[in-house]
Design a binder for this molecule. Sequence first.
Ligand SMILES: [Zn+2]
Length: 476
Amino acid sequence: MSAVSRTSAMLVAALLAACATTALGKAPEPVTAIVGVTVIHPERAADAAVAKNSTVIIVGNRIETVGPSETTRLPAGATVIDGKGKWVVPGLVDSHIHFFQSGNLYTRPDVADFRRWMPYKEEVARNQARLPTTFKVWLASGVTSVVDVGGPFWNFEIRDTARRNPAAPRVAVAGPLLSTIDDSPLDLGDPPIIKVTTTDEARALVRRELERKPDFIKFWFIYDKGDDLTAREAIVKAAADAAHAAGVRFAVHATELAVAKAALRAGADYLVHSVEDEPIDAEFIALARGRHALYCPTLFVLMGYDYALSGTWEATEAEQRLADPEILGAMHDLKRIPKELIPERLTKRMNERKPVALPLVAMQNLRKVWDAGIPVAMGTDAGNIGTLHGPAVFREMELMREAGLTPLEVLRSATVNGALALGMERDLGAIAPGKLADLVILDADPLADVANLSRASRVFKDGKSFVPADLIRSLQ
Ligand SMILES: [Zn+2]
């Protein structure tokens, strides 16, 4: 570069810097100080995770300072929040959800067919129209980011809508699930699940999705006894290779040990469910470690189906406070639907009155996966029947606790490891200087009881403050 052009480059740089300063000068960034609060650091070991009597200073959308209240000076003009008797944790991340599903009885006609009572088209239109509400229930539950791991192509528009809407969580998305099987009841012209039967078809669909800049390519790896697993693995691998060539991570639904191993061999970066059929083994652990794969347990989701479709679903206390009232109101519709419109299979199930079972194998595997050092991301599979957007996280975290994780480990999976799932580990997952200001102020100690994570009195997302009760009151 010549001396002249270097000088002009410096001039331009100086001018640009001056412009930026003027622009900032016009609108000073809001400053908030949370004073006297107990900060929980889920990224740290248990003996260093709690910092009592701390001050957290938020400038604009970032955390600027975290320090002892005694020695941390408050900036002039800061809005001060009294944090005495309160706890602050990083914003929660649900690493497995689906916006195209609502959690009610009508949202999966391929599993439970109520279409003669409620057309699926109406259910999906309702979900689309209801998005601003769904965004708010996530925030009210302290969940400041979600990963939608698969839906119709309009999933990409949901991500755009969330980016424009301040009262929305951060949203990462996958487009339609590539699948080894058909799922036609869900096809309204923009299906959430698309069957691919050859490696070429798999690559072609990945290419179509890559145009929309997905955060993940997702494969629904369904395997039935008698299927040729090796042939299927080749199709999954073709999709994985195409995703990786574009620098996009590859998420796989694979719930049996043999299939999960095949998924990892094919290139899975993210297993979006537990291995639920048998105990994981050394080979699985080696494969998962080799790929640095993330693991999402989704312990509650099948119980949600069982409760809802046997007529025994009851809202938890957190769901009563924080779920979308319209969905809550529809959860007992089985009592309203004329008997002749209920599929026979479900009537039988209701009459059986079988108690809902815990996913014991998945729970045992969770502890093993955790102890093997495979990062576990908390995720609910919200939107499936009986698993409600927002407060379902508290059901899920309670089960993780029952599976043997400590409250701090559960919180780590919902924050530090959630940031990994989002691909935002540099910006999220901890209360630390420089991180984005996504955090939750709690009225009760989350390390004494994970249920206390539902006790948010204030939620910050990207530096903006929300009061959960106000968010819920504002729902139509
Ligand atoms: Zn799912």
